[in-house]
Ligand binder design. Structure first.
Ligand code: ADP
Ligand code: MG
Length: 609
């Protein structure tokens, strides 16, 4: 029920639409009640030529015992009973139609708007989450949740909510009619309803659980879909189409089973109600026959009663159906709110200071780090390192040594387990996060580009950059030449993740993007690994110009490119094993010397990565 409260909070801004819709739907319900009364009049008066020409009593208001006559509701110029009834029938249905339309539109407006807000909130919240969140929630599943689960909520809170109000008010007014007609008979015939409602309520809980499972199965399908599509080249090159197809089939089967299960649970309500309905009708007809024969009841009253009772089954049936849909929506919202309530693992402290300018240094002060998801896994330990402003520091070392992990601590993609990372003497956790990240430009090891034009991908670094600034950045990253050769130059869409480009081209766009950001700190994580030696040297020399006045941490796998670094740091097995300049390390007898010798023998062979 906690979920319901949270959902309602999103509906709060639209309370006026909901209130208006409630009024409209109440009118619809009243119209149904009126219909039942009028049907009674049709049989009791209009179709009975020998009926006395007395005023037509429609119903008695309870407690006051005042009777409302049809004459009071119709214009004075109608005197014929049949015309009056016909007039009322038309008016009733007209009012019902108009109110139903307005109520429906209003509810859908409120429901769709609040769900749109909810979806936006979920999206924003999910974007805020750190690396740890994404390690435990796969893309496919998140997408499924944000779209499918919220769609369930959307259906429930728009068209289903409208139907709920319509049916609930109809139920209320029809109940009022049958109680007003003959309350004793009403009590007897309503005695069957608990038999119907109790099992449905029990069912609702179960439906909620099965729905959750069905949604999870759908999410899994979605995940397989997403993976096989984005990894389609790998699938093809390993001839794994059959394997993926099997995986998908299995997930689809599970989805089928859970969907069928909840359909079966849901579908049982309607026949149940109909059966009890039939029993009630048979009993009532027998009773009524005796009563009318004995003169204790008139045909008109009984017809209204019967009509109202028969009309009542439909809304009750619908209400139980809607109830299960509401249950499903609640089941779905559980997941959605789970994402919302989860604390963001990495965020600014309240009142954290903004880092306005980077001036002095980045210091790793006795830093240890372990990935939260793997407590027994890789450990970065006792890292002590100072990168002064304006310095170029190179990290080298074998693949898996922890270089990427180490640099990711500075922009707080992860937080240290022990020790501190200081930027300008202040723990990074005490800087306002956005301002900290604003000072760091990154070219990551895996370049991610968006399915947009080349220019817009570069502009991602600074969204208000002019075309000339974009060009300059591309020129500095040696990307201009190949971009201009693309079919539409800078406006060429480069495909999802940049599939239309080569690895080296992607990297140069990523470098241009980082250069455009023009941050004082630049982290290049194997940013040139996909370039051939010559281009790499060119890019490095271009970067060399740009590095002037900047603080750069460069991870490189070709030692030739790190020679000019002010300081070379050798990372090995999660620790720092050597620090020095090229000249100091090359004859130091350590890992660096070994790597250097290997690369000297075969300079094009990448030893590490
Ligand atoms: N998200 C993660 N969760 C757990 N372990 C990880 C994660 N990312 C990397 N690792 C582990 O951390 C180690 C260092 O990785 P990384 O820093 O990428 O190395 P390098 O960049 O030096 O090649 C590897 O052994 C890898 O298995
Ligand atoms: Mg790495």
């Amino acid at each position: 029920m906690k979920e319901l409260g949270r959902l309602l909070r999103y509906a709060l801004p639209y309370w006026w639409a909901l209130v208006a819709a409630c009024l409209m739907m109440a009118a619809v319900g009243a119209a149904h009640g009126m219909t039942a009364l009028l049907v009674g009049q049709v049989f009791g008066r209009a179709l009975k030529p020998d009926a006395p020409d007395t005023p037509v009593d429609l119903f008695t208001i309870p407690f006051t015992h005042k009777t409302v006559f049809l004459e009071q509701l119709t214009p004075g110029w109608i005197s014929n009973v049949w015309t009056m009834i016909a007039y009322m029938i038309l008016v009733t249905f007209f009012v019902q139609g108009v109110c139903d339309y307005l109520g429906n539109v209003l509810i859908n407006y409120a429901g769709l708007s609040s769900v749109t807000n909810l979806r936006q909130r979920v999206f924003d919240k999910v974007l805020q989450h750190g690396a740890q969140f994404y390690e435990t929630h796969s893309t496919g599943r998140l997408m499924s949740s944000i779209m499918l689960d919220i769609e369930k909520i959307q259906v429930a809170s728009s068209s289903m909510l409208a139907d709920f109000l319509r049916q609930a008010f109809t139920t209320i007014f029809l109940l009022a009619v049958i109680i007003e007609r003959d309350w004793k008979l009403a009590v007897v015939s309503l005695a069957v309803f608990p038999f119907v409602l109790l099992p449905t309520a029990r069912l609702g809980k179960r439906v909620r659980r099965t729905t959750r499972r069905a949604q999870d199965d759908a999410a899994e399908m979605n995940q397989i879909l997403q993976e096989s599509l984005s990894g389609q080249q790998v699938v093809k090159s390993f001839g794994a189409e059959g394997y993926e197809s099997g995986r998908f089939r299995q997930a689809a089967r599970r989805f089928l089973r859970s969907s069928l299960r909840y359909t079966a649970q849901q579908a049982v309500a309607s026949p149940l109600i109909q059966f009890f309905g039939a029993v009630t009708i048979v009993v009532l007809l027998g009773y009524a026959r005796d009563q009318i024969k004995a003169g204790a009841m008139d045909l008109k009253g009984f017809t209204s009663f019967m009509t109202a009772l028969l009309m009542l089954f439909e809304p009750v049936k619908r209400l139980t159906g809607i109830y299960t849909i509401f249950q499903q929506a609640l089941g779905a919202s559980q997941k959605v709110f789970e994402y919302m309530t989860q604390e963001e693992d990495i965020q600014s402290k309240p009142g954290a200071k903004r880092l306005e300018r980077f001036e002095r240094s980045i210091v790793f002060d006795d830093v240890s780090f372990r990935y939260p998801g793997s407590p027994d896994g890789f450990l970065l330990h006792s890292i002590n390192l100072e990168v002064k402003a304006g310095e170029i520091v190179a990290l080298v070392g074998p693949s898996g040594a922890g270089k990427t992990t180490l640099v990711n601590l500075a922009p707080r993609f992860q937080d240290v387990t022990a020790g501190r990372v200081l930027v300008d003497g202040v723990d990074v956790r005490d800087w306002e996060l956005a301002s900290l990240r604003d000072k760091i430009g990154i070219v990551a090891q895996d370049t991610f580009l968006f399915n947009d034009s080349a220019a817009n991908n570069i502009r991602y670094g600074k969204r208000d950059a002019t075309a000339e600034m974009v060009r300059q950045a591309a020129r500095d990253a040696l990307a201009e030449e190949f971009i201009q050769a693309l079919p539409e130059g800078y406006d060429t869409p480069i495909g999802e993740r940049g599939v239309k480009l080569s690895g080296g081209q992607r990297q140069r766009i990523a470098i241009a993007r980082a250069l455009l950001k023009n941050a004082p700190i630049l982290i290049l994580d194997e940013a040139t690994s996909h370039l051939d030696t010559e281009s790499e040297l060119l890019v490095q020399s271009a970067l060399g110009n740009l590095m002037a006045g900047r603080t750069v941490i460069v991870i490189a796998h070709r030692l030739s490119t790190v020679r000019r670094a002010d300081k070379i740091v050798v990372v090995d097995q999660g620790g720092i094993s050597e620090v020095g300049t090229h000249e100091e390390l090359v004859s130091g007898g350590g890992i660096y010397q070994r790597l250097h010798t290997l690369q000297f023998l075969d300079p094009d062979e990448a030893v590490n990565g």
